[in-house]
Design a binder for this molecule. Structure first.
Ligand SMILES: [Zn+2]
Length: 292
């Protein structure tokens, strides 16, 4: 099957660099910017040739967010890189800075609004990326979600929330956002492919949320194909997002380890999808979900 080119397509969930050392140990001194740039550049160029114009880089602060790197990569490739504000409470709070434990959700939101207003190292965050653990959500998870709602209402940025394993956490997240009066059209349920009960997709999508099947790879192809068909048959494709959650320069590994690419969708998955739906999944929906 021939790869497909989709002009102005957008990958809504990828990573350029990640450092899993944890908030206590994370540091720019742990990697070389030029080395990371050299590793990432060909991967971004490879997807540019399929029409990709924008990649949302979903690595939050304290796990390796590096707007300096994204700016350089953007200049080098001509593909837009978006960075985020927010915090990742998943992985049992390993990536949370200490201040989360004592500050209110309003105080956290103020930090994120300030980043949006002033930019971070020369780059304005264009979405809010947070992460939560399994349901029932821990106090710190809930705090981060509440901060997401407050910051979204203030900035208009969409909240993409990592869910560790599924629907229950997504539903609880949606309840919190709704209580804070955030329209669910501003919420992206990240890693929905890990949930096996399709009813949750339906519940989220019908409530107006975005359902993101973002771990697309050769290994997950069957799961993604099944999810795509289910969404199609339920009439819910207009609420679906598709991406790879791929990459990245692995801080701490020699040469950044294995940097996986962002081309599978264009080379293997989307050629099987009718052109109108390709456009919907890769251009229209990303723009509706995250703005332009
Ligand atoms: Zn991710």
């Amino acid at each position: 099957m021939e790869p497909v080119t989709i002009r102005n397509s957008i990958l809504t969930h990828e990573h350029v660099l990640v450092d899993f050392i944890g908030a206590a140990g994370v540091s720019r001194s742990r990697y070389d910017l030029e080395e990371a740039l050299a590793a990432a550049r060909p991967k971004v160029e490879a997807v540019k040739k399929y029409g990709c114009r924008r990649i949302l880089e979903c690595t939050p602060a304290y796990i390796g967010r590096d707007p300096r790197l994204l700016l350089r990569l953007q200049e080098a490739t001509g593909v837009e890189l978006w960075t985020n504000t927010g915090l990742y409470a998943a992985a049992n709070h390993k990536f949370l800075p200490e201040y989360v434990k004592t500050e209110t959700s309003l105080a956290l939101a103020k930090r994120w609004v300030a980043e949006w207003r002033d930019g971070v190292e020369g780059m304005k965050p264009k979405f809010i990326k947070i992460g939560v653990n399994l349901a029932p959500l821990h106090e710190w998870d809930r705090k981060v979600v509440e901060a997401g709602a407050i910051a979204s209402l203030e900035t208009g940025l969409t909240v993409a929330c990592h869910t560790s394993g599924g629907g229950e956490a997504a539903m609880e997240t949606m309840e919190i956002l709704t209580r804070r009066r955030l329209p669910l059209s501003k919420y992206v349920w990240v890693h929905a492919q890990n949930e096996m009960k399709n009813e949750y997709f339906e519940q989220a999508a019908r409530a107006g949320a975005w359902v993101s099947f973002d771990g697309l790879s050769e290994k997950s192809d069957g799961r993604h194909w099944q999810a795509y068909f289910w969404m199609l048959n339920a009439g819910l494709l207009p609420r679906m997002l598709l991406s790879h959650d791929s990459g990245w320069f692995r801080v701490g590994e020699p040469g950044g380890g294995q940097f996986n690419g962002f081309t599978y969708a264009f080379e293997k998955f989307l050629p099987r999808v009718p052109a109108e739906f390709r456009e919907l999944l890769m251009v229209t929906n990303p723009r509706r979900a995250f703005g332009d």
